[in-house]
Ligand binder design. Structure first.
Ligand code: THU
Length: 134
């Protein structure tokens, strides 16, 4: 895969980090591999990957894994996330991930890359009329 898809250097750095995170995927049940990388307001990159479980619903997606990784390091603001998969079947973040991303970064752009191409939406665009408590 071309890892220089974007015009912005930081987005290409995220794509490379997300691609590297594919090496850590644990997906013996679906065989689907997803990597994610999020850039924080402090300039750090945190990666995540999907990690499945024999109790299927305990699976965590790459997107939530990466933002929880960042949150666990005390990060509070998020600038942009890049998600990559080598599966043509996966084209956009799942509903659970949209809700979690909305909690922390409703304005954040999410760049989703699969072998067919790239999509770019903010979390608010992915989850309109989102549910949040004050
Ligand atoms: N998955 C992700 O990691 N991110 C997505 O955006 C969609 C789906 C994972 C979860 C599971 O391990 C596999 O893909 C199939 O659903």
């Amino acid at each position: 895969m071309d890892l220089n898809l974007f015009n912005r250097p930081e987005e290409n750095r995220l794509l490379e980090a997300a691609w590297t995170a594919l090496a850590s995927v644990y997906a013996p049940y679906s065989g689907i591999r997803v990597g994610a990388a999020v850039l924080t307001g402090s300039g750090q990159i945190y990666t995540g990957c999907n990690i499945e479980n024999s109790s299927y619903s305990l699976t965590i997606c790459a997107e939530r894994c990466s933002i929880y990784h960042a949150l666990a390091h005390g990060e509070k603001s998020f600038t942009v996330m890049v998600v990559v998969t080598d599966s043509e079947q996966v084209t956009s973040p799942c509903g659970a991930c949209r809700q979690v991303l909305a909690e922390f970064a409703p304005q954040m752009p999410v760049l989703f890359v699969n072998p067919k191409g790239v999509s770019r939406f903010t979390v608010e665009q992915l989850l309109p009329h989102l549910f949040l408590l004050d």
